[in-house]
Design a protein around this ligand. Structure first.
Ligand SMILES: [Zn+2]
Length: 51
């Protein structure tokens, strides 16, 4: 069980045109930046947000 007391989750989003949304789990697996070549933020790191 989660004993940290907080139930706040985080996600990672691309601020470019693709507007991808990445979970913490995906981020931890190495998906840390936008991989959509047509996106204006291609190759840029995702922004951490609270969800
Ligand atoms: Zn993108």
């Amino acid at each position: 069980m989660n004993t940290q007391g907080e139930d706040q989750k985080v996600a990672y989003i691309c601020e470019g045109t693709c507007q991808a949304k990445i979970t913490q789990e995906q981020y931890d697996k190495g998906l840390t930046k936008c991989g959509t070549e047509s996106c204006t933020y291609f190759g840029k790191p995702f922004k951490k947000v609270k969800v």
